[in-house]
Design a protein around this ligand. Sequence first.
Ligand code: CA
Length: 243
Amino acid sequence: MSSQSPGGRILVVEDEESISQPFAEALRRAGFEAVVTGTAAGALELTDSEDPDLVMLDLALPDGDGRDVCRELRRRSDVPIVMLTARGTEMDKIVGLELGADDYVVKPFSAAEVISRIRAVLRRSAPRENGDGPALEPITIRELELDPAARIARLRGEELELSRKEFDLLAALMRNAGHVIKREDLMSEVWDTNWFGSTKTLDVHIGWLRRKLDDDPADPTYIETVRGVGFRFAAPEDGEPDR
Ligand code: CA
């Protein structure tokens, strides 16, 4: 956490004051520091100057599109981003996630629910203590190397460009290589468990990972779909009799 307040500093980017003001109050009561802006320009400026621990970002801003802001913030930093959408369509959700948002909230929302989601996102993005959380030893499977400590993955020696969620998903799969992981377990390990109770997000991210790994779902080298259950990542010894 970069701020002094125990909960962390949250930047709320929302032009509707009837939403941002009560929400900022609720954040403060919950122990967070809240910084509010109603514009895309303010979002970029305050992310630089205030160094927030998390950004709540409205999709429709008077001077720009929240998706452009999200893309720009991602270029500049790893700050967790929660998108605010009005009456979310599947398209908005997917686009938000593709741009690197960590979660999204559909308006109107309850402050209590959103604050618990914010806490979950912050927990997930916090650096893990030693002995608490997944192991940090590098893992190599076939031509794929994963270095969890450095957060680098390489395929045939080439570094893969993975979003944070893609990396976390790959790490979860590789840590369980050779075993089937249930969809719900992957969701709860990589996302907040109460992610709308849907696992569509998981399929979308699995699809992106497969593309980056050149993995054919019909004849997978790495990620095998176990229908109705989950996924199984290839064990190091799979298909390598001479090892
Ligand atoms: Ca708006």
